[in-house]
Design a protein around this ligand. Structure first.
Ligand SMILES: [Zn+2]
Length: 257
């Protein structure tokens, strides 16, 4: 994506981007977000081909937390490498992509820890209370699956399923939703607020997501064909440049804390 921050805006060209959330300014809702002091750390791993700049929520989610790391890439040698600091994968959980359905396994709860066979772990409270952090995979269903298979250390993590009471607020806006249908920001909201028993976390994140969707729908109805114009055609080499750029931004974000 071209950065046009200093250039005058061309009527046909892409709109300037917010340096914090990476969205075009008409979709930026990150102003005034106060990072939440979370005890359960959050690691978001984004597939490099995740290109939904308009509706993607990974960076917006990371901005909401003091203890969050966003990495763009395909594989990391270990959880510690992905995180950039020592960490024990056994004390972390990953939001699991497998076919086990939370609604069938544990209909009465909205977060459930499962074992490698896809069964409900008998010691739910002990496992959920002991978690130091959670890993979220950001991308389409197939991109998230690619991340899972390329990072064997994820097998050491606990597995969590979400059982959302209502479907994603994305509605029909996304063509290729995750298997559980939730956006990254909705998943993080549910996970961290349940694990820390702080409902206000979910309230804050969902309010941001609602603001984004309101802006997106307004933009869409103002110009239904606008979306295509806003995505400059990807050229060869662009993806890797984007990745290092995002990594630098993520690092800068972490330094700022
Ligand atoms: Zn922004």
């Amino acid at each position: 994506m071209l950065l046009m921050t200093d250039a005058p805006r061309d009527a046909e060209g892409p709109e300037a981007e917010c340096p914090r959330c990476g969205k075009q300014l008409s979709l930026c809702v990150c102003e005034g977000i106060e990072p939440i002091d979370n005890k359960v750390a959050l690691l978001i791993l984004q597939h490099p081909q995740e290109q939904d700049k308009s509706l993607g929520t990974a960076r917006l989610t990371a901005l909401h937390f003091a203890n969050a790391t966003l990495k763009v890439g395909l594989s990391w040698a270990s959880l510690a490498k992905a995180l950039g600091q020592p960490a024990d994968p056994h004390a972390w959980a990953i939001l699991y992509l497998g076919s086990a359905r939370a609604a069938a396994l544990a209909p009465d709860v909205d977060i459930v820890a499962i074992n490698k066979k896809g069964e409900v772990e008998p010691q739910q409270q002990g496992i959920l209370r002991g978690l130091e952090g959670v890993v979220l995979l950001d991308g389409s269903w197939s991109q998230a699956k690619a991340l899972w298979w390329r990072n064997p250390w994820m097998l050491k993590c606990r597995r969590i399923l979400l059982n959302p009471a209502r479907p994603s607020r994305y509605g029909k806006l996304r063509r290729e939703p995750r298997s559980d249908g939730l956006s990254t920001i909705e998943s993080a909201a549910m996970l961290i607020s349940r694990l820390e028993k702080r409902a206000e976390i979910e309230t804050a994140l969902l309010a941001s997501f609602d603001r984004l969707l309101v802006r997106y729908r307004a933009l869409q109805s103002a110009s239904p064909t606008l979306e295509h114009a806003k995505h400059p055609r990807m050229r060869k080499g662009h993806a890797s440049r984007n990745r290092s750029q995002n990594d630098r931004r993520a690092k800068a974000m972490r330094r700022r804390r």
